[in-house]
Ligand binder design. Structure first.
Ligand code: NAD
Length: 364
């Protein structure tokens, strides 16, 4: 097993460090290599995704990624901004299927902005198509309008498009994921208004014929956004396009209270993947030792399960995370009265202790 470790910027280095400590106590045999990505790579090599980093990522069986970005790079031309590294990796590695589980731990129900009874036990999986849709469709740009409401005025435009194979492969991913869960898929579209999403709905329905054991429902994206806050537990697997998935997965993330708890995986057609927390580089708390490393550790668990065929080791990480929460340890983002506030490093120590069978200390 070869793992490429790309910590990135801001809290990325702090949280990946803790996740690697956790991987190291699992008695697994793996090779790992670390490389710069994002702003750190731009500073050192003049590009957020240098050739050497891309080569390492291509040669690895899986990639553990921290986060990239800092406001200080906002003035750089778009191609050199740290966030381009993520888009470049997705594109070059063909990472078309984004898995974003939203799980609400019993101990953290109070952290949600919804009533505890709405989110207690929440366990949904949003599967977002990641390499198509309006984010990548050509043509796009700015021009002088020749028609529309204001001919002669400056305008900007993007192109929403999906090909049949792109929709088919993400639909298969969703139906197969549902088979391992409660066998229900909600496909989110905007078929009432958009040609692209009427096509999406037709193709998903066609693929569904191969999965008669899985229930399929279709839902318009505006309704899905409402239902996610009205009755989120009604969902199980949600599959949708790139733009709707971008928005709905962040909405689902907030149902669980803290973005610091949410892992994600982006997979190619062979199951190779890039694993990263759902949050960004959090420049506001970088270097303070207070970032929550649990999302990154849970991303490492997803990596072991999906790409490295080590479900047992993944279970051990997930159980250890539950154990530290049950023991009352909290980083500031999930802290509440009556629990013990700890920093990034102490949270790492506690998860390592839970995995190795040592006592979890709860000094405040
Ligand atoms: P963010 O996710 O970095 O931070 C949002 C808020 O959540 C901040 O208050 C932050 O302190 C908090 N937060 C995030 N992760 C946390 C953790 N593990 N523990 C505790 N608190 C945490 O989003 P942002 O502030 O909008 O963006 C900051 C930078 O990150 C930007 O440059 C953005 O482009 C980049 N970004 C990168 C990725 C990625 O690398 N995949 C994703 C999103 C944003």
């Amino acid at each position: 097993m070869k793992i490429a470790i790309l910590p990135g910027d801001g809290i990325g280095t702090e949280i990946v460090h803790e996740a690697v400590r956790v991987l190291n106590v699992l008695d697994l045999k793996f090779e790992s290599d670390t490389a710069l990505v994002g702003g750190a790579a731009y500073e050192a090599h003049g590009h957020p995704l240098p050739e050497s980093t891309l080569k390492l990522a291509k040669e690895a069986d899986a990639i553990l990624f921290g986060a990239v970005g800092d406001w200080k790079y906002d003035k750089l031309e778009r191609a050199l901004r740290p966030e381009q590294a993520i888009l470049g990796l997705r594109k070059h590695l063909g990472l078309f299927a984004n898995f974003r589980p939203a799980l609400c731990y019993a101990e953290l129900t109070h952290a949600s902005s919804l009533k505890p009874e709405l989110v207690a036990g929440l366990d949904i999986l949003i599967i977002r198509e990641l390499t198509g849709d309006i984010y990548f469709g050509q043509p796009r740009g700015r021009r002088i309008a020749t028609d529309g409401h204001f001919p002669g005025a400056e305008e900007a435009f993007d192109t929403m498009r999906y090909s049949k194979p792109e929709i088919e492969r993400i639909a298969h991913v969703a139906f197969q994921a549902a088979r391992k869960r409660s066998k229900k898929v909600t496909s989110v579209d905007k078929a009432n208004v958009l040609e692209t999403f009427q096509f999406w709905k037709d193709v998903v329905t066609e693929v569904h014929a191969q999965y008669p054991d899985v229930e399929l429902e279709h839902m318009y994206v505006d309704n899905a956004a409402m239902q996610l806050v009205r009755a989120p537990k009604k969902f199980d697997v949600v599959v949708t396009g790139n733009m709707f998935g971008d928005i709905l997965s962040d909405e689902a993330a907030m149902l669980t209270g803290s973005i610091g708890m949410l892992p994600s995986a982006s997979l190619d057609k062979n199951g190779k993947g890039l694993y990263e927390p759902s949050h960004g580089s959090a420049p506001d708390i970088a270097g303070k030792g207070v970032a929550n490393p649990l999302a990154t550790m849970l991303s490492a668990a997803m990596m072991l399960r999906f790409s490295l065929d080590q479900a047992g080791a993944a279970d051990r990480i997930e159980s250890a995370v539950k154990a530290v929460l049950a023991a009352g340890l909290r980083t500031p983002d999930i802290w509440s009265e009556g629990t013990t506030k700890v920093g990034t490093r102490e949270m790492g120590d506690a998860v390592v202790a839970a995995i190795t069978g040592k006592t979890i200390t709860t000094k405040s």
